[in-house]
Write a protein that binds this ligand. Structure first.
Ligand code: PMP
Length: 409
């Protein structure tokens, strides 16, 4: 069983939300709290010692994704990285911001902010598998230059975008590309130089590193767009100010090194666990749907719908596992996941979705327990579900949904 059960806690299957800090990472970080504690800007011994640690951490991360150290900016996490890259670039270039409605809330929030600032924002199309419509992207870029932001691995569905042709199109039409790699970094191979990406965001806490630290990769010749006028160029190349948290940077670099050292083996192990889950749950239950592209995904994220059950109720009923639901229910209003909604997933399927996120500590036994819990919970909920009765009677219950609101009665 994974690392959770010795404490009698539920089995953690929410690795896309965050990950536990790897003990090896913690060990490497510890001396930087009370031994090597200098401020990198100090000109004495302590400052130099801290600066050396920061320089090595930056170099490690740069090596892991095949870029130069001067292209790595430490931030508080992916949200801040994306905010810096997108808001500053659009403010500078006054061009259109392109993204898809399936993006993480942090990017949707940026789009909202730009719209409030009266900057042009355009939402790109995705198909029902969650993959970007590349022809539509080309049509848009032909008439409008800008910055395109795409999530490499979707946090709810695990859908992996075919990023190379997207980058090529952006550059063909003199547009820039930002990649939100928060769920991909250290999990799938990301040779940023080969992909020729302009900006990339990632967070330490998704790769068994500390929380509160992330990176923004910014291609050297694009840094002019995001540099703050009159900022100290010695601090994060004039892109971010303040005292650099060296222990967190060192921790992130160690987490990055460890993750990158086992990407292929982990991918293979996790893919087997994914298949085990899918095979067993489909074998136990009818009307099970796996949402998102099955041929292009990060296997650690499984978005699965248990038709006839409400996702949140299933989650609450499955007490031995800690997972996420794709829907939220408040009084008689039901909000379905904006990601599944943008993919055109039928409301009753979207409403019954859960995210199982497998990680470094997940074992076959954990998957078996998850399958057992979810099977029992589904059978129990379906046995008392009017929606399930309607489905079985062949009634199209989607007519009863109206823009994400389920009409009772
Ligand atoms: N993008 C994606 C795809 C994510 O999954 C997350 C975290 N859930 C973020 C951005 C934001 O990361 P953070 O909260 O670490 O800033």
């Amino acid at each position: 069983m994974g690392c959770n059960n010795q404490h009698n806690k539920p089995i953690y299957l929410d690795y896309a939300a965050t990950t536990p800090c790897d003990p090896r990472v913690l060990e490497v970080m510890l001396p930087y709290f009370n031994d090597v504690y200098g401020n990198i800007n100090s000109l004495h011994y302590y400052g130099a010692e801290a600066l050396e640690a920061l320089t090595n951490a930056r170099q490690q991360i740069a090596n892991d994704i095949n870029v130069s150290a001067e292209e790595i900016i430490f931030t508080s996490g992916a949200t801040e990285s994306s905010n810096i890259a997108i808001l500053r670039t659009i403010e500078k270039l006054k061009q259109c911001f392109f993204t898809a409605k399936t993006q993480h809330a942090s990017i949707i929030g940026i789009a909202d902010r730009l719209q409030a600032l009266k900057q042009p924002v355009h939402f790109l199309k995705v198909n029902n598998e969650g993959l970007l419509d590349i022809n539509y992207l080309e049509e848009q870029l032909k008439t409008n230059q800008g910055l395109v932001s795409i999530c490499l691995v979707n946090n709810e569905t695990g859908v992996l975008q075919n990023i190379k042709p997207i980058v090529e199109l952006c550059h063909k039409y003199n547009s820039l590309i930002h990649v939100d790699a928060t769920q991909a970094y250290g999990k799938i191979c990301c040779d940023i130089k080969a992909l020729d990406i302009d900006f990339m965001s990632a967070s330490g806490h998704k790769i068994y590193g500390p929380k509160g630290i992330g990176i923004l990769y910014c291609k050297r010749d694009k840094q002019k767009y995001i540099r703050v006028p009159r900022a100290n160029p010695d601090i994060e190349f004039g892109i971010r100010a303040g005292t650099i948290p060296v222990p967190l940077c060192v921790g992130l670099a160690e987490a990055s090194k460890l993750s990158h050292s086992c990407i292929d083996a982990e991918l293979e192990r996790i893919a087997k666990l994914r298949q085990l889950f899918i095979d067993k749950i489909k074998n136990n239950l009818e009307e099970i749907y796996i949402n998102g592209a099955q041929t292009s995904n990060y296997p650690g994220i499984i978005n699965v719908s248990f038709r006839g059950c409400e996702g949140e109720s299933l989650m609450m009923e499955s007490k031995r596992i800690a997972i996420s639901s794709g829907s939220a229910c408040t009084s008689n209003k039901l909000t379905i996941s904006h990601v599944l909604d943008a993919m055109g997933v039928a409301p009753d399927i979207a409403q019954s979705s859960l995210r199982i996120a497998i990680g470094r500590h997940t074992t076959e036994e954990d998957i078996n327990i998850a399958v057992e819990d979810l099977t029992n919970a589904t059978l129990k909920l379906r046995s008392i579900s009017a929606v399930w009765d309607m489905i079985k009677a062949g009634i199209d219950i989607n007519k009863r949904f109206e823009r994400g609101i389920y009409k009772h009665g």
